[in-house]
Write a protein that binds this ligand. Structure first.
Ligand code: PLP
Length: 315
């Protein structure tokens, strides 16, 4: 696990760079879920996702040590978060993106002041390129999840949930590479071990489920799930041992269940959430954990979705 002190330090490091996001409730949602639901609203976070927590911690610490250039390889929420934090700290950010990056994602990164380098179509091509660019001029590569300072930053969301939701019995968290859930597990299990932490994955991106069953990290093939933030092929080397040690349960949901959750959030709570961001709620609503009549928190991890995609996905 990530040391609790490290997560508390991260909370101090990133204060002022991030929002303390609200928890929201909806009577309609409580009825549907059969639980008292508190939505931890990271879709309202700066840059539209929780990723800025880890990025602010890691990039902030690097900047303190005199680093003036950070590099990463994500066109999605992590890339935007790194570009935004670098802008706040007045250092350079280079974001390596796939050749077929969507114009919306590229312009979001540029708007935060990030410089875009296009390379290949897969992360297997992009990551070495990003590491090379960083190495070439004394820059630092900022990984999306497999890093203790990134996990510590993401874990600050767990500390906030424990403060904002007294009596919380369970927390539902989406799982991609595992940085968010490893951070939240570390924060929660070292302070309130009785609080259950449930991971939720798309059924076609169930690398963590298969890895937990096998007891070791298992890679899966490419998946086209609509939850693009959760498409990682294999759990992180550093995140997986924490997940294996501390996770209470892991469930999977279909893309249709994710679309239903997005629609319920729109209609019942008036919240715009991207597919990855609605996945944890889909997990709760699936009823697969058997959790009922409890006070629970659900992490809405992001809200970055284009109007065209949003319209297509709502039911
Ligand atoms: C990155 C991301 C996730 C998954 O986080 P991991 O740390 O990779 O597990 C979930 N939701 C959103 C919106 C994301 O951007």
């Amino acid at each position: 696990m990530i040391d609790l002190q490290k997560i508390r330090r991260a909370a101090g490091n990133i204060e002022g760079m991030i929002h303390r996001t609200p928890v929201m409730t909806s009577g309609r949602l409580d009825k549907l879920a059969g639980n008292e639901v508190f939505l931890k609203s990271e879709h309202l976070q700066k840059t539209g996702s929780f990723k800025i927590r880890g990025a602010a911690n890691k990039v902030g610490l690097a900047a303190k040590e005199g680093v003036t250039h950070v590099v990463t390889a994500s066109s999605g929420n992590h890339g935007q978060a790194v570009a935004c934090v670098a802008g706040m700290l007045s250092i350079r950010a280079t974001i390596v993106v796939p050749e077929d990056v969507s114009p919306a994602k590229a312009s979001a990164i540029r708007a935060y002041g990030g410089q875009i380098v296009k390379c290949g179509l897969t992360s297997a091509e992009r990551i070495p390129e990003a590491v090379r660019i960083a190495g070439d001029d004394g820059g630092v590569f900022i990984p999306p999840y497999d890093d203790p300072e990134i996990m510590a930053g993401q874990g600050t969301a767990g500390l906030e949930i424990l403060e904002q939701v007294p009596g919380c019995g369970a927390i539902f968290v989406p799982v991609g590479g595992g940085g968010l859930i490893a951070g939240i597990l570390s924060a929660v299990k070292q302070t309130r071990p009785d609080v259950r932490v449930i991971g939720v994955e798309p059924d076609t991106a169930n690398d963590t489920q298969l890895s937990l069953e096998a007891g070791r990290r298992i890679a899966i093939g490419a998946t086209g799930t609509i939850a693009d933030g959760l498409r990682t092929a294999i759990p992180g080397e550093l995140t997986f041992p924490i997940v294996r040690e501390a996770l209470d349960d892991l469930i999977t949901v279909t893309d249709m269940e994710i679309r239903k959750a997005m629609t319920i959030l729109f209609e019942g709570a008036k919240q715009v959430v991207e597919p990855s961001g609605a996945t944890a709620l889909a997990g709760l609503l699936s009823g697969k954990t058997g959790i009922r009549g409890m006070r629970v928190s659900v992490v809405l991890s992001g809200g970055n979705v284009t109007p065209a995609d949003y319209g297509r996905l709502l039911l």
